[in-house]
Ligand binder design. Sequence first.
Ligand SMILES: Cc1cc2nc3c(=O)[nH]c(=O)nc-3n(C[C@H](O)[C@H](O)[C@H](O)COP(=O)(O)OP(=O)(O)OC[C@H]3O[C@@H](n4cnc5c(N)ncnc54)[C@H](O)[C@@H]3O)c2cc1C
Length: 277
Amino acid sequence: MSIEALFAGKWIAGPKIDNAVGRINTINGNGCRAIANYLGEDLASKAEIDETVEQYIRLIDAIRANSLKADISVKATQIGLAVSEEMAIANYSKIVEYARQKGVFVWLDMESSNTVCSTIKIYESQVKNGNVGIAIQSYLKRSIDDVKRLADEGGVVRLVKGAYKENPEIAYTEWKERTQNFRSLMNYLFEKSSEFTIATHDLELIRDAINLNRIYNRNVTVAMLLGIRNRYAYELARSGFRCSIYVPYGTRWVDYASRRLREASNLYLVLRSIVER
Ligand SMILES: Cc1cc2nc3c(=O)[nH]c(=O)nc-3n(C[C@H](O)[C@H](O)[C@H](O)COP(=O)(O)OP(=O)(O)OC[C@H]3O[C@@H](n4cnc5c(N)ncnc54)[C@H](O)[C@@H]3O)c2cc1C
């Protein structure tokens, strides 16, 4: 068994929609929303891309049928960006328009830096009609400009540190710098944006977000990944703060699990994430 497979069960709901529905029910029962993601990235086969779009339509139906408090989150490279921007925009529009009819919010994940311009373009094709959000990575030096532009357009940002290996010319590669930039982007969002999500397990940043919200009183959510510090998310929700947990499911879990393993800073935290619920 690979090391990724050992952890996959903690970080991933399971292979099927029903597994995601089960996890989301538990999360909702603990007072948090969920963000459901069907695993997969860099898909180039039309059949796989079509199957992915269909899977999101079924996921939206399952969220409605089970009265779940859940958004969905889609990756541009799983719905056609690896083939063409036009294909990704057409598939994104199909998912977003269906989700709007059903009252389900749609996030766009952010992937490696070579896809950022296209991902923002895909997002902007739907931003004016609302009900959509996009992840922005604090490790990218360009992100302050992106956050400013998206805030002006009425976009909804999910701020993350960033999970891909990037070049120091375009990215802050040191933990301290990406955390500092996270803090300044978060401050900007509190000042200029009415609705956004702070997606991190960094307890200091979460405490800062809670304190800032006492001043600004924004529609802000703290989001974490399935299997990482979820008990803390449940406590936050009990204290009255909006919280959400990202729930990936599906069979294409290797890339996702490798990113999680890479960022767990020490063995103790990885082992703790196995026993934590
Ligand atoms: C809801 C959500 C959505 C996301 N969406 C995206 C996206 O669209 N694009 C993208 O590039 N990235 C995304 N990410 C991942 C993000 O970019 C980071 O890679 C990840 O959250 C780790 O960074 P951190 O902010 O938690 O801070 P860190 O400084 O990495 O970690 C904070 C604390 O949590 C612990 N921790 C972090 N990861 C683990 C782990 N795997 N196991 C055990 N402990 C751990 C750390 O050791 C540390 O104590 C998302 C994260 C979340 C929470």
